[in-house]
Ligand binder design. Structure first.
Ligand SMILES: Cc1cc2nc3c(=O)[nH]c(=O)nc-3n(C[C@H](O)[C@H](O)[C@H](O)COP(=O)(O)OP(=O)(O)OC[C@H]3O[C@@H](n4cnc5c(N)ncnc54)[C@H](O)[C@@H]3O)c2cc1C
Length: 460
């Protein structure tokens, strides 16, 4: 690498450039997934769009592999790269809410929690995932699903504008009328097309919700899964519920007599009052065995969004596999139960997130996110704080996935994929949209400068 060019970049940036061996390097390169240990040559902590342009130009002109980092939460660590340049957006925070227009302009360094915090003050929110420390950028660009998705769609369904620095260092603002192909591709195609430096989201009136976990003894899991399968898709769209096959953690606040026991969890969030929520939940819960605990209550929306934060801090070992699921026949449920009960650690889990309601009302070709006819997005995650467990948790997640995949669709939510799943999986995920994505990639990034991601290869 050209030392003079590096010095010049350092002098140009309003943010900071961190090189190997420098004081902050080891802290700056850490990712959420402690299993991934990458050593970039340089980390450019950008302060503004000018910094991003300088970093993109530097990376391209010096033939460096470029990784774009938002919240650093990506499973396979695609927010970093060995020996290359990390364009780290974490300093570029800031949310401006326009309460009259019900929109928010969001910096690419924001976490979901930053966004929820800012919009909650106005009694507004947009759909996003279930852990507040997740970066809004990576989550959005590959789709984004959460408790509000049944009512208000994916995060991308609420994206109305984005600012992007392209591979040639130029800057564009895109929306449905300006560079519509690029705007289409950004909504699900991941970080393939440029560095997004600002997002504008549509907001909805969401303030207090009736939410919390309901945990059942694992021996009832088959019944709970069948009920969830049969009832949730027809439930009011205000009700977001994901199902988990998990273990009660051996720590407070869980009752000590349950520590280490396997459970089936319904994690619920009703956008409305307790009374209306209880009514919406009744067909799901009526006649089911008594839960071990039901901790539902009225709470601010950001509280339900951050409920799991403390249980999943940065730095643990993660290996995950996902799939889109259309139907859950009893044989599939049995396969799940047989695998889940072999989980090698208390934190390891399987979650089924609903993909229906408003998500289905957007056409498969309207955004890059093709799989609009799935019913659930499934994730199997092997998780443990101990690096010695990396092998067992990865093997468990893979063999669990092998057992249930025959019942699932071919593709998966790209944010639930590792980096060892191959192009065929990505093509199955994007289906008929893949060819258009490859054409857009070819138009905006023909040399595949942005390839540290779930990569769409540019069309020839
Ligand atoms: C504990 C946990 C819970 C999760 N729960 C959910 C959930 O409920 N719903 C859900 O939808 N997802 C969920 N996810 C998945 C999450 O969406 C992905 O991990 C996502 O990649 C995180 O985004 P990030 O910005 O933190 O990631 P990073 O690692 O920073 O970036 C990931 C990728 O995003 C792209 N990228 C990031 N920023 C930019 C940018 N500014 N411009 C262009 N490209 C960019 C790049 O390709 C990069 O490689 C969860 C993840 C974790 C770890």
């Amino acid at each position: 690498m050209d030392g003079e060019a590096t010095t010049k970049l350092r002098e140009t940036l309003r943010g900071t450039l961190i090189a190997r061996g420098e004081a902050d390097y080891d802290e700056a390169r850490k990712l959420y997934n402690g299993m991934i240990d990458k050593r970039p040559a340089l980390i450019a902590r950008c302060a503004d769009v000018a910094d991003v342009i300088a970093a993109v130009n530097f990376g391209r002109d010096n033939d460096l592999r470029i990784a774009i980092r938002g919240g650093g939460h990506n499973g396979p660590g695609l927010g970093s790269v060995n020996d290359g340049l990390v364009i780290d957006m974490s300093m570029m925070k800031g949310v401006r809410v326009d309460p009259a227009a019900r929109t928010a302009r969001v910096g690419p360094g924001c976490t979901q929690g930053d966004l929820d915090h800012a919009t909650h003050a106005f009694g507004l929110a947009t759909p996003a995932g279930i852990i507040s420390t997740t970066g809004i950028a990576g989550l959005t660009l590959s789709g984004g699903h959460g408790y509000l998705s049944r009512k208000y769609g994916l995060t991308i369904d609420n994206l109305i504008e984005a600012d992007v620095v392209l591979a040639d260092g130029s800057f564009v603002t895109v929306d449905k009328d300006r560079d519509p192909d690029l705007f289409w591709a950004l909504r699900g195609g991941g970080g393939n097309f440029g560095v997004v430096t600002s997002f504008v989201f549509r907001l909805h009136p969401v303030s207090m919700v009736f939410g919390g976990p309901i945990a059942f003894d694992y021996k009832h899991a088959r019944t709970i899964m069948q009920r969830y399968r049969d009832v949730l898709p027809a439930a009011p769209e205000e009700l977001g519920v994901f199902l988990g096959l998990k273990t009660v953690l051996s720590s407070p606040p869980f009752p000590e007599e349950l520590w280490g026991k396997r459970m089936c969890l319904l994690m619920c969030c009703y956008d409305g009052s307790e009374e209306a929520g209880a009514k919406a939940l009744a067909p799901l819960l009526d006649g089911l065995p008594e839960p071990w605990f039901n901790w539902m209550g009225m709470m601010p929306y950001p509280a339900v969004q951050s409920m799991f934060d403390g249980l999943y801090p940065k730095g643990m070992q993660w290996y995950w596999r996902g799939d889109f699921v259309r139907t859950l026949p009893d044989e599939a449920i049995d396969a799940h139960l047989a695998q889940a009960e072999q989980s090698p650690s208390e934190l390891s889990l399987m979650h089924l997130y609903p993909i229906d309601g408003a998500v289905h009302r957007v056409g498969a070709g309207d955004t890059a996110w093709n799989c609009r006819d799935a019913t659930w997005s499934m994730v199997i995650a092997g998780i443990d704080p101990d690096p010695q467990k990396a092998g067992p948790i990865s093997r468990w997640a893979k063999s669990y996935w092998d057992a249930v995949h025959p019942f699932d669709l071919g593709g998966a939510y790209p944010n639930f994929m590792m980096d060892d799943e191959g192009q065929a999986r990505l093509k199955a995920t994007y289906g008929d949209n893949y060819a258009r994505l490859a054409a857009v990639k070819s138009k905006y990034d023909r040399a595949n400068l942005f390839r540290v991601n779930q990569n769409i290869e540019p069309a020839a």
